[in-house]
Design a protein around this ligand. Structure first.
Ligand code: SF4
Ligand code: SF4
Length: 166
């Protein structure tokens, strides 16, 4: 059976795409080299992009007005977390008006997918996704954030007060 072949000139049509691609690359290269337009690259880390308030960065445990952790150890965030990276250990509080509080609260950042479900699940604004995103490190163990780091790391400047602070 004879297979009809396309006309010979057709195989040269790709040259048009080749020259068009080459022209586009050369155009951008020249414009950027001669600074004839504003280059969209941000000179990080000297300059940093303004982030949306909805940005989901490193977690924060908020505090009450008296400085204690707002979390009531209800486990809703741990249950909602799809990556199973939150581990909470609750304890009874000596104040009878406070049912429970966390003696340990850990988030494994290497497992976290930054979905924000923990923040949405919390009924008392005790956990938030903050604005920090620079957490490169050499040791895996430094990616397990404990309760002190979540609530009182130096970048939080004393901590963040919950919207429900009592
Ligand atoms: S952001 Fe998502 S994956 Fe990360 S701790 Fe919260 S619920 Fe879990
Ligand atoms: S952070 Fe919020 S949702 Fe998670 S255990 Fe504490 S109070 Fe419950």
């Amino acid at each position: 059976m004879l297979i009809p072949r396309p006309p010979a000139y057709r195989k040269w049509l790709y040259l048009r795409g080749f020259y068009w691609g080459f022209y586009t690359t050369l155009k951008h290269f020249t414009l950027n080299l001669l600074h004839l337009r504003k280059i969209p690259t941000i000179q990080y880390p000297e300059k940093r992009r303004e982030r949306s308030p909805r940005f989901k960065g490193k977690h924060i445990l908020t505090k009450k007005l008296d400085g204690s952790i707002r979390c009531t150890s209800c486990y809703l965030c741990q249950t909602a977390c799809p990556a199973d990276c939150i581990k909470i250990t609750a304890s009874e509080h000596e104040d009878p008006t406070v049912e429970k509080f966390p003696i340990s609260f850990q988030i494994d950042l290497l497992r976290c997918v930054m979905c924000g479900y923990c923040e949405e699940a919390c009924p008392v604004d005790a956990i938030r996704m903050g604005q920090e995103y620079e957490w490169a490190d050499f040791s895996e163990s430094n990616y397990i954030m404990d309760i002190d780091h979540l609530a009182s790391r130096p970048s939080l400047k004393g901590g963040v007060i919950s919207k429900l602070p009592t």
